[in-house]
Write a protein that binds this ligand. Structure first.
Ligand code: PEP
Ligand code: MG
Length: 600
């Protein structure tokens, strides 16, 4: 067949659309900057003679040493807007010492007599296969940290130059195969309109950084670096995860309008996000944030959170050969508590197991991890880990307004045992002469059906309840929260779920304790009439949902919501409840407030 492209320049197709993962919302229109990244994924396998093996090991050790120095230099030079993300680079520094990676590579060189690049690749594949099996996308994504770190070492072994991003001097849209945190920190951010990457997902660090800096990002585009060239004009819709190449006039006008609308909407909700969520009949609903890493603290304050309703503390236990020390935990909690003070911070004790995984051999091989050694069950069986965390929380409590919350309570004994640990933690701190605050509120997460049934008994032992609907729905409807095949059945407005929540609220009111909700259900404005009708004392959600939820709360009244709830509880199916919400509130809620942040 004659090759026509060789003779005639083919005009690029207009409005070529690429679909990726909506990483960080917002719209950018501008010129692309393709980051040249050498392909170090494809390394050759070579055999090394026995007598050359020690030299090969030495070559590997030197490449690691050099990578350490490079990272150190990057950390020292990190610009101030990135200071809060340094922990990611510190984690990379630690990965360079990771036993499986470091010793594993050396073992492959010595045992199989292969070149260092190949041995490293084998060790990386082994570590990554462990990460890949983890059901939680956040932890799965941590496999990419291994890739970034090993890439640095491989570049040193091969003598290739790392990509230079610090020289970008125009306002551009960065297009890269992947961006490591080390690379991202070298970019002058004021020059960046948006990020596009071939790989990565919503929980990648680049994505977390883009979101916290409010730079639009689309990730997981697959072949963007092959289709886009430097200086190509492109449109990035970070809210929808769409990229448009070679846009025509009509597309440009449409997206300019959407960009203006998005910016106006952001400005409006941000302006009002600091106002209280006061209902039309004067009830002030505290709207709090769920966070998992310290870096989200800035975002929650910007989004007008009234405090932290759930600090998921798993992050510090991940991806590392040794557990965090009490001092490290304390420093971390203190940072969060001090920044957020005087607003309250509810620190949840470790919730590993289930879909949240750390490298403890007891968690590795479970058939049904969601029903296994999880959360408080794990903590009660790991006294040293639990005690270090409790001591760190009590110490941090001295610096602000701290509450403590125990996950996955399924029977009252667990709360009683947790209280014994808490008393011991206080006594040991007293004995050690370390300052702390013992008088802090203790709460139980209600996320297991047996705890719903026993809520009246548990209520007598705690200061507050927090309903974890993510798990409560999973356990009560028997729907795996991470299984995409049953995702359509995962319905917060299921009548069975509503009755359970109502029962928990009744038990709390009866015992005169506070009842909150911190599952994702609380972050959807459509669920708000039901939740207000139940008279929850506070709700907690991902920070980005807060402005919309507050806005809708200001349009509702508790008295009307109570009447509405009565009707909703009579409906036999989920669909009936959803229809009722939509018919009653759909027309009056602002459209933008009802659309999820990534649909605006
Ligand atoms: C929940 O289960 O609703 C919850 C908030 O906790 P997590 O999502 O961390 O299990
Ligand atoms: Mg849970």
């Amino acid at each position: 067949m004659p090759d026509s492209t060789a003779r005639h320049e083919v005009k690029p197709e207009a409005n070529l659309t690429l679909q990726g993962v909506a990483g960080s919302p917002g719209i950018a229109i501008g010129k692309a900057y393709l980051v040249q990244q050498e392909d170090v994924d494809v390394v050759e396998k070579r055999f090394v003679s026995s007598e050359d093996t020690p030299d090969e090991v030495k070559r590997f050790k030197e490449a690691v040493k050099k990578a350490r120095k490079q990272l150190k230099r990057i950390i020292d030079d990190v610009p101030k807007e990135f200071r809060e993300h340094i922990y990611i680079l510190d984690a990379h520094m630690m990965l360079l010492k990771d036993k499986m990676l470091y010793k594993g590579t050396i073992a492959h060189i010595e045992n199989e007599h292969v070149n260092a690049e190949w041995a490293l690749k084998m060790a990386v594949d082994e570590v990554k296969s462990i990460f890949k099996k983890m059901p939680d996308p956040y932890f799965r994504e941590r496999g990419s940290d291994i890739t970034h770190v090993s890439k640095l070492v491989t570049e040193n072994l091969l003598g290739t130059k790392p990509s230079n991003l610090s020289g970008i001097d125009k306002r551009v849209i960065i297009v890269a195969r992947d961006l490591s945190p080390a690379e991202t920190t070298q970019i002058q951010l004021e020059k960046i309109q948006a990020f596009l990457t071939d790989s990565g997902g919503r929980t990648s660090h680049t994505c977390i950084i883009a979101r916290s800096l409010e730079i639009p990002a689309v990730l997981g585009l697959g072949t963007a670096t092959q289709q886009i060239k430097t200086d190509d004009l492109i449109i990035v819709d970070g809210s929808a995860g769409v990229v448009i190449l070679n846009p025509d006039e009509e597309a440009l006008t449409r997206y300019q309008e959407r960009r203006d609308l998005f910016e106006q909407y952001q400005a409006t909700i941000t302006r009002s996000s600091h106002l209280p969520a006061e209902t039309t009949d004067g009830f002030n609903l505290p709207v709090m944030a769920n966070i998992g890493v310290v870096e989200e603290v800035v975002s929650l304050i910007d989004h007008g959170a009234d405090g932290i309703g759930l600090y998921r503390t798993e992050f510090l236990y991940l991806n590392r050969p040794v557990l965090p020390s009490e001092q490290e935990l304390f420093d971390n909690y203190r940072d969060v508590v001090e920044i957020v003070a005087p607003r309250p911070v509810t620190i949840r004790t470790l919730d590993v197991g289930g879909d949240k995984f750390v490298s403890d051999p007891r968690l590795a091989e479970e058939m049904n991890p969601a029903l296994g050694l999880r959360a408080i069950r794990f903590s009660l069986q790991s006294p040293e880990i639990f005690m270090a965390q409790l001591r760190a929380i009590l110490r941090a409590a001295n610096f602000g307004n701290v509450r403590i919350m125990i996950p996955m309570i399924s029977q009252v004994d667990e709360i009683l045992k947790a209280k014994e640990f808490l008393n011991q933690a206080a006594e040991s701190l007293e004995k050690d002469g370390i300052p702390f605050k013992a008088d802090i509120e203790l709460g139980a997460m209600i996320e297991v059906p047996s705890a719903v049934m026993m809520a009246d008994v548990i209520a007598k032992e705690v200061d507050f309840f927090s309903i974890g609907t993510n798990d409560l729905i999973q356990y009560s409807l028997a729907i795996d929260r991470v299984n995409k095949h049953v995702a359509h059945l995962y319905q917060p407005l299921n009548p069975g779920v509503l009755r359970m929540i109502q029962r928990v609220v009744d038990a709390a009111k009866q015992a005169d304790i506070e009842v909150n909700m911190c599952g994702e259900m609380a972050g959807d404005p459509l669920n708000l009439p039901v939740l207000l009708g139940m008279e929850l004392d506070a709700i907690s959600m991902n920070p980005i949902s807060i402005p919309s939820v507050k806005r809708v709360a200001r349009m509702l009244s508790v008295e009307e919501s109570k009447l509405f709830l009565k009707e909703a509880l009579k409906r036999p199916t989920t669909e009936d409840v959803i229809k009722l919400v939509q018919n009653t509130y759909g027309p009056s809620f602002p459209k933008a407030a009802l659309s999820r942040p990534n649909q605006v």
